[in-house]
Design a protein. Sequence first.
Length: 368
Amino acid sequence: MKNYLEFEKEIKALEQEVDNLKSPFGSEGISEVDTQKIKNTQNEINNKLKETYANLNSWQKTQVARHEDRPKANYYIKKIFSQFTLLSGDRYFGDDKSVIAGFGLIDNKSVLVIGQEKGEDLNSRIERNFGMMRPEGYRKCIRLMKLADRFKIPVISFIDTPGAYPGLGAEQRGQASAIANSIECCMSLTVPNISIIIGEGGSGGAIALASSNKVIMLENSIYSVISPEGCASILWRDPSKSLQAAEAMKLTAKDLLRLGVIDEIISEPLGGAHRNPETIADDIKHSLIKNLKSFENLSKEEIYDHRKSKFLQIGRGEGFTKSSNLEGSGLSYSETNIQKIVAHIDKNKLIYAGVGLLAVTSLIALIY
């Protein structure tokens, strides 16, 4: 049974009409199937899908990113990687089912694969904690990323989470430090790491695994520091203003590519990834192979510098500039003219104070 979003009501009605037309058993018994009408209705569905998905607002894209039928990390891992070997446990507390991790092959090359998994049905979603990772999940990823770095194996992460789990037990076991350590580990790797946001990329729960050389988003995925509902509740104390919040947050793939937060967008099939999972899986695989090849001739120092420079360049208009023309070079701080004037005054404040005092003394002498 297909699941439809609120803005897909017309599409739902048309697809139900096609299903009825395909059935030879009508209200008057067996009847001839009208293939021409089916074809015309299917064309109408395709046109409606194009029109609808070409004009999605930020809140509607958020709904698509959360779609129940949207392919999850487990699906992509099975489709893209061969000889995948699942590894479990953080060696401190236990295993976290909300994240899948292990080694596999892509294009006959070994990679570490990490995938935040929401689950496919109610039971698996409860088991997977709806993709909300606990501290042991992040520590499992850290353990395996360090192992991959030691053996010069690239890291690929599939991001799909509303955020890290905020429960009492998670906090008691060091959720904040686990996220921070995961970010530090990602940034310290000397092998390429690539992250693909396939659904929701929520807050620190996502950035803990998305601090990568390349951050890729599917066309209808989202990436933000907070959910639109949470933002609306804080700013306006009204969760119903999620549309305004989503528009203001710039959480869509197009917005984030323009802002330099992500590096690439993978287009989705007509109507979203859930309507043609195999096609989007193939597109993701080709993108991964292409991006992995771009790092083949780089040294570990160049890979590390590439990642560092990428994140330092985000918001570089606030004062950061390249220290050289080399791609992937470090960044140095560039002072604005006002900052230079303030620094000059501060450096020569005694001289300016003396001149000021002399001017005041002379003015008093002239008056009296």
